[in-house]
Design a protein around this ligand. Structure first.
Ligand code: PHE
Ligand code: ZN
Ligand code: ZN
Length: 479
C-alpha cells in the first residue's frame, strides 16, 4: 500500500488547505483560466474619457454633456462587438442621467452575473480614478469576453451607472424598475468604483452573503498573486448597495480615496504613509495623471478572473418560470382517445376502439357503462389551469344510449372536478334523455385558475338494463 504522504500530492493538498484557511472560506473547486486583460487598452479608454471631459468643460458629471458623451462612447464600443445595449434615462436634481446596460447574448437567463461601475464624475473634475478606472476596466473585461469566443454557462450583464455621485441614483433606478422575477435571476453583482488609486490599497468589500463565495474568490485571487488585501466595510458608499439592499449577493474592490494610508499599509503595499490613497479624490486633478498603472493592471486582471470564474459558476439546476401555454391550446393530453389510454387514468378497458359503439371522430373513445349490472367506471386526467387565464373551459362530446325507459335516472355519468381533495360535480347525465346521438357540452373551469385539478367522468350503473355513456373529443382550453 502506498504511503498517505506521497510527497507531491501532499504538498498540493497542504497548499490548498492553507489557502482555504487564509481566506476563511471555500476556495473555488476548479481554478478557472484567468484572462490577462490589456492594461494598454484600459489606459487608452482612460485617455478617451479624459478627452471627453476636456472637450466638455472639464468634467463628466450628471446633467453635463461630458456624461452623455462618455455613455455614448462606451455604448458604441459594446455595440460594435455584439452586446445588446440598453440606455435607461432618469431625472435627478442635477439634470437627466442615464444608465447603460449591456447583455452578452446567451447563457442561462435564470442565472445572471452582473458587473458594474459608475460612469459619472463629480462636477469638480474629469473623474479618471473616480470612476474612469472602474468604468474602463469593466469595459475592457466586457470587450475581452466578446473577443474570447467563450460561451458562458450563465448570462453575463455589464452596467455603467449614472448619478452615483448624487447618491447611487442610477443603480437605484435600475433596481426599482427591474421586475421582481428579473431581480431573482441575479446571482451576483460585482462593483468596481476606484480601482487605480495613485497611492493604492487593495480593499475587498466585506460582504459575505451566505452561500455566495464571490468575496472569497476575490481574496483568494489576490492571495494567489501575492497581493495583500484588507476587508473594507463600504456600507452604502457605492452602487453595490442598490443590489445588496435587495438581498442580492455583491462583491467589489476599492483602491482607496480620501483617507490616509497608514505606516502598516505602506509597508505591505508600498506608496506613501500619511498621504491619502487618492489625494485628488473629487478634485480637478483627478486626471489620467492620477492613476497607479500597476494597481490598475492588477485589479483589471482580478476583474477578468472574477468575470471568467462566475461566467461558468454552477448556480444549480435551472427552474424556468412556469410557462403559460398560448390561449386556445388544448391542455388535455390525448383528448380524442386516439392514443388509447395514454394520459388518462381510471377503469382499464373503458377507453376502446371497439366497433360496437362509434367514435365521434377517429376510432377510439371512452365507453363508460353498458354492462347492465351494478358497476362504476371512470376516466380522469389532471390539468393545470394557468393563473393568468381570463377564461377556462372544459368541453366534450357525449352520446348516451340506454335500455332503460321512463323518467327515472337509474344510471348516471357525473362530470367532476377534483381540486385539493374536494370533488365538485359540474353536471350529471343519465339514461333519461338518451338516444339523441353525440352532443357537445361545456363548463367553465375559471374558478380553478392557478390550480392543478383532476377532471373526472364517473359512471354508475344500477343492477339491470344497460346505459352506455360514450365520450369523445374532450378539451380544456383557456384564454
Ligand atoms: N462611491 C465613492 C465615490 O464615488 C467612492 C467609494 C467607493 C467610497 C467605494 C468607498 C468605497 O465617491
Ligand atoms: Zn466619487
Ligand atoms: Zn466613485
Amino acid at each position: 500500500m502506498r504511503s498517505l504522504r506521497t510527497p507531491v500530492l501532499s504538498a498540493v493538498a497542504t497548499a490548498a488547505l492553507v489557502a482555504g484557511a487564509l481566506v476563511g472560506g471555500t476556495p473555488p473547486a476548479v481554478a478557472a483560466p484567468s484572462p490577462d486583460l490589456s492594461i494598454a487598452n484600459v489606459t487608452a479608454h482612460l485617455q478617451q474619457l479624459q478627452s471627453i471631459a476636456t472637450a466638455n468643460g472639464g468634467n463628466r458629471a450628471t446633467g453635463r454633456p461630458g456624461y452623455k458623451a462618455s455613455l455614448d462612447w462606451v455604448r458604441a464600443r459594446l455595440d460594435a462587438v455584439g452586446y445588446t445595449t440598453q440606455v435607461q434615462q432618469l431625472s435627478t436634481s442635477s439634470g437627466t442621467s442615464y444608465n447603460l446596460v449591456a447583455d452578452w447574448p446567451g447563457g442561462d437567463p435564470e442565472h445572471v452575473v452582473m458587473t458594474g461601475a459608475h460612469l459619472d464624475s463629480v462636477a469638480a473634475g474629469p473623474g479618471i480614478n473616480d470612476n474612469g478606472t472602474g468604468s474602463a476596466a469593466v469595459l475592457e473585461a466586457a470587450l475581452a469576453w466578446a473577443a474570447s469566443g467563450n460561451t458562458p454557462r450563465n448570462h453575463l450583464r455589464f452596467a455603467w451607472w449614472g448619478a452615483e455621485e448624487q447618491g447611487l441614483l442610477g443603480s437605484n433606478h435600475y433596481m426599482r424598475t427591474l421586475p421582481a422575477a428579473d431581480k431573482d435571476r441575479i446571482e451576483l453583482y460585482m462593483n468596481f468604483d476606484m480601482v487605480g488609486s495613485p497611492n493604492p490599497g487593495y480593499f475587498v468589500y466585506d460582504d459575505n452573503l451566505a452561500g455566495n463565495g464571490a468575496r472569497d474568490a476575490m481574496t483568494a485571487y489576490y492571495t494567489s498573486k501575492g497581493i495583500a488585501w484588507e476587508y473594507i466595510d463600504v456600507q452604502g458608499r457605492s452602487d453595490h448597495a442598490s443590489f445588496r439592499s435587495q438581498g442580492i449577493a455583491t462583491t467589489g474592490m476599492y483602491s482607496g480615496g480620501e483617507t490616509t494610508k497608514t505606516a502598516a499599509q505602506a509597508s505591505k503595499w508600498g506608496g506613501t504613509a500619511g498621504r491619502a490613497f487618492d489625494p485628488c479624490y473629487h478634485r480637478a486633478c483627478d486626471t489620467t495623471a492620477n492613476v497607479d498603472t500597476t494597481a490598475l493592471d492588477r485589479n483589471l486582471d482580478m476583474i477578468g478572473h472574477m468575470v471568467w470564474l462566475h461566467a461558468d459558476k454552477d448556480y444549480g439546476a435551472t427552474t424556468p418560470p412556469p410557462t403559460t401555454p398560448p390561449a386556445g391550446t388544448n391542455l388535455l393530453v390525448n383528448p380524442g382517445f386516439e392514443s388509447g389510454a395514454s394520459g388518462w387514468s381510471g377503469t382499464s378497458g373503458a377507453i376502446t376502439s371497439s366497433a360496437s359503439r362509434p367514435a365521434r371522430t377517429g376510432t377510439w373513445k371512452a365507453w363508460l357503462g353498458g354492462n347492465g349490472r351494478t358497476t362504476s367506471e371512470n376516466v380522469s386526467q389532471q390539468v393545470s389551469i394557468p393563473a393568468s387565464a381570463t377564461a377556462a373551459s372544459l368541453a366534450y362530446w357525449l352520446r348516451t344510449d340506454t335500455a332503460e325507459s321512463g323518467s327515472t335516472a337509474y344510471d348516471t355519468l357525473k362530470v367532476q372536478v377534483i381540486s385539493a381533495g374536494t370533488t365538485t360535480t359540474l353536471r350529471t347525465f343519465s339514461n333519461v334523455g338518451a338516444g339523441a346521438g353525440y352532443a357537445q357540452f361545456s363548463h367553465s373551469l375559471l374558478a380553478y385558475r392557478g390550480k392543478t385539478v383532476t377532471v373526472r367522468f364517473l359512471m354508475s350503473e344500477d343492477a339491470s338494463l344497460q346505459t352506455s355513456f360514450v365520450l369523445d373529443d374532450t378539451s380544456v382550453t383557456t384564454s
